[in-house]
Design a protein around this ligand. Structure first.
Ligand code: S3P
Length: 434
């Protein structure tokens, strides 16, 4: 049965909130801890469906993972060559990160694997990872058209490669580097634009020799990872919904505590500031090798912008929220070069364009972007297409629309942001299960 939400005009967004742990870091912490020597602890782990699917898969592969409390994991590493194959399929659920990174990790193993996903994940392109992995010598297959499931045959050994990645994708880079751990010689990845560098940073934190700089990473296969303790900061992409909501709703004044501020993730902050947002960073600190800060957001009227192209990879998950900000700004916002949005959990360009148009926004969808004329929104009934970030973004739209906004198919919010409804309601949203 579909879980639907009903949103209506809410009060100002106020108070002090903390959002759950970073999804990208939680996936990587589990995977690297699993193949490390010794026992690692993870705190601040995201208790989302996506990251729990990765934990379940690693358990299937013979890794003991204890859960002493919510957001905590103790991972008993089995060493680089200690994973064990299973006959059953490995279900990544809705998680593109889980599937793509695990494919890299499993490409060089001496056992076969079958990676499957839910209907949304089963529509997402995997050719982008099977290309470099095959070039390394992996025997890996997808369904026709490069779609999941991914079948990985017993490896005959991998060779390192210098991979010039055609897409700016941290998942492709990470899959290649993880396979590179099992390859002979050196593996390097050169990106068209720098993407999030959590795999690189975390390999270094697990004592694995790696060289990296924005847009480039290189490592040698065959080393060892040493267990370590990982403290996961709050996910900027989850904080993003509240940054946009508090900016848009008059009278808002919100503090979002200890948000991960890796510069490869904070593009939305720059975009919102260009639009006129009032967001200040306080108490900059470090957590688990990552910058974190408290973000204070106060209501500010926004104006449309032409989005600078260099911000795109640093805010790749934030476009549904930016679309809502643009729809409620004064003037026109032009967004280009974001065709990647078409292959996320849904076709986010099409789904957001259709959703905002249904709420009365004047907007033109282009092949790789949109031109959004800001104004006001009215109520309506909209399908989120099971895309967590679309559902949460439309919940923001509902806070400002004149009339009820019904949002269909919201259960997948639990993939990345369990507890969203409670935090949103406590901070002033008018949002309920329909
Ligand atoms: C992620 C990389 C991005 C992002 C996704 C998480 C990661 O995907 O959209 O939510 O953890 O590496 P792409 O690599 O496809 O851009």
């Amino acid at each position: 049965m579909s879980l639907d939400w009903k949103a209506s005009r809410g009060g100002p967004v106020t108070g002090v909130i903390e959002v759950p742990g970073d999804k990208s870091i939680s996936h990587r912490a589990l995977m690297l801890a699993a193949i490390a020597d010794g026992t690692s602890t993870i705190s601040g782990f995201l208790e989302g469906e996506d990251t729990r699917a990765t934990a379940r898969i690693l358990q299937q592969l013979g890794v003991r993972i204890d859960t002493p409390g919510p957001g905590q994991r103790v991972v008993h590493g089995v060493g680089l060559h200690g994973l064990k194959g299973v006959d059953s399929e490995l279900d990544c659920g809705n998680a593109g990160t889980g599937m793509r990174l695990l494919a890299g990790l499993l490409a060089g193993q001496s056992f076969p694997s079958l990676l499957v996903g839910d209907p949304s994940l089963s529509r997402r392109p995997m050719g982008r990872i099977t290309t470099p992995l095959s070039q390394m010598g992996a025997r890996i297959e997808t369904r026709e058209g490069g779609l999941p499931p991914i079948t990985i045959h017993v490896s005959n050994g991998l060779q390192g490669i210098d991979y010039k990645c055609p897409v700016a994708s941290a998942q492709v880079k990470s899959a290649t580097l993880l396979a590179g751990l099992y390859a002979q010689g050196e593996t390097s990845v050169l990106e068209p634009q720098p993407t999030r560098d959590y795999t690189e940073r975390m390999l270094a934190a697990f004592g694995y020799p790696i060289q990296f700089k924005p847009g480039f990473a290189r490592l040698q296969g065959g080393g060892n990872l040493r267990a370590t303790d990982v403290s996961v900061p709050s996910d900027f992409s989850s904080a993003a919904f509240f940054l946009v909501a508090a900016t848009l709703v008059p009278g808002s004044d919100l503090l979002v505590r200890r948000v991960g501020m890796n510069p490869r993730r904070t593009g939305l902050l720059a975009a919102l500031r260009l639009m006129g947002a009032d967001i200040s960073e306080q108490g900059l600190a470090e957590q688990g090798g990552e910058p974190v800060a408290d973000l204070r957001v106060r209501y500010a009227p926004l104006r449309g912008i032409s989005l600078p192209a260099e911000l795109v990879p640093d805010m790749i998950d934030e476009f549904p929220a930016l679309f809502v900000a643009a729809a409620l700004a004064s003037g026109v916002t032009r967004i280009e070069g974001v065709a990647e949005l078409r292959v996320k959990e849904s076709d986010r360009l099409a789904v957001m364009s259709k959703a905002l148009a249904a709420l009365g926004c004047k907007l033109e969808e282009t092949t790789d972007g949109a031109v959004i004329e800001g104004g006001s929104l009215h109520g309506g009934r909209i399908d989120s297409h099971g895309d967590h970030r679309i559902a949460m973004s439309l919940a923001i739209a509902g806070q400002l629309a004149a009339g009820y906004v019904e949002i269909l198919d919201c259960a997948n919010v639990d993939t990345s942001f369990p507890g969203f409804l409670d935090i949103a309601s406590a901070s002033g949203f008018s949002l309920q299960v329909a």
